[in-house]
Design a protein around this ligand. Structure first.
Ligand SMILES: [Zn+2]
Ligand SMILES: [Zn+2]
Length: 312
């Protein structure tokens, strides 16, 4: 697995050909007729060694290394270059899976907000542990739901990829958010705008002004915190309640989606948040050629949907 930079642009890719071999349950029906799920209770021996679980024999959450990782702990994270066109590093890091429910019939939007808060507490623990490892500078936590969201297995799960590099978009947000925090201001404005979606005592969700995705929504704690670990129990619970409200709306659309956490890299002051990106439209030639997405659902309409003022 290799991290490679474009010839001349500051644009990176991971070449991970081994991931092509992972199961493709959501793409093609299982021709064997058997319904063997690696993430179901009873099949724990089929996953890589367990890292942790909540619950004993009857677990509710369980996490372990990804069997088809995009990064590898055995690599050398140093970026090497021949000073002309070929710049690379080993795709160094750890890749883990958190199974979010023992039931294959449930999706994350079927759980309760207390369970979502529990899941976020697991995220917090994984970030703390993985950040402490040699040469790890960021822990990306993201969820893929549905084949359009990039999920290859139906059984509900989150992925974690810890890397030596800080994702470019996270660093850009951290650099652009400034001091005092511009996101604090943005939250204050958007919670009263046509783009407001949900608000409770500690958290706010709104459809971002320049939404890239149909029904894109961002979820922020109101208080300026730079990581999940800085949230109080009450704030985490408030965040989970709003996330559940968002997911239940997406269930009505039966939408594939991703969500991901953005927290502050060391030395920055980025306001922690969760971005939810439904995957309804496909990115096509214009998006790829120009880097500009065409979004056919305005964020103002998306917000009306989340507020329950329109059906879709
Ligand atoms: Zn399963
Ligand atoms: Zn802030």
């Amino acid at each position: 697995m290799e991290l490679r930079k474009d010839y001349i642009l500051d644009r990176w890719v991971i070449i991970a050909s081994g991931r092509g071999r992972r199961p493709q349950e959501l793409r093609e029906p299982d021709s064997s007729g058997k319904d063997l799920c690696f993430f179901c209770p009873g099949n724990e021996h089929l996953t890589p060694a367990e890292i942790g679980r909540i619950g004993n024999r009857k677990w509710r959450f369980r996490w372990f290394a990804n069997k088809f990782p995009a990064v590898d702990i055995l690599g050398n994270p140093d970026v090497r270059t021949d000073n002309t066109f070929f710049t690379f590093a080993d795709a160094f890091g750890m890749h883990e899976i958190i199974v979010e429910t023992p039931s294959k019939k449930k999706q994350l939007w079927d759980l309760g907000s207390a369970e979502l808060a529990e899941l976020f507490s697991i995220y917090k623990g994984r970030i703390a542990e993985l950040s402490g490892r040699r040469s790890i500078n960021y822990v990306a936590i993201f969820k893929n739901h549905g084949s359009k969201g990039g999920a290859s297995l139906q059984h509900s799960h989150t992925q974690i990829i810890a890397t030596a590099f800080i994702p470019q978009i996270v660093q850009q947000e951290a650099d652009a958010s400034g001091k005092p925090c511009r996101y604090c201001k943005i939250i204050d404005i958007e919670k009263g705008s046509f783009r407001r979606c949900f608000e409770n005592a500690d958290a706010v969700a709104f459809a971002p002004y320049a939404s890239r995705f149909n029904y894109e929504v961002w979820l922020f704690p109101k208080r300026h915190v730079t990581s999940l670990a800085d949230l109080t129990k009450e704030e985490l619970s408030s965040l989970a309640k709003i996330l559940l409200s968002i997911l239940r709306k997406l269930k009505k659309l039966n939408a594939a989606y991703n969500y991901f956490l953005h927290y502050s890299p060391a030395g920055s002051d980025l306001h922690f948040h969760v971005e939810v990106t439904p995957r309804i439209a496909n990115w096509a030639g214009f998006e790829l050629s120009s880097g500009i997405t065409i979004n056919t659902v305005s964020p103002e309409d998306a917000a009306r949907f989340y507020r329950g003022e329109s059906e879709f």
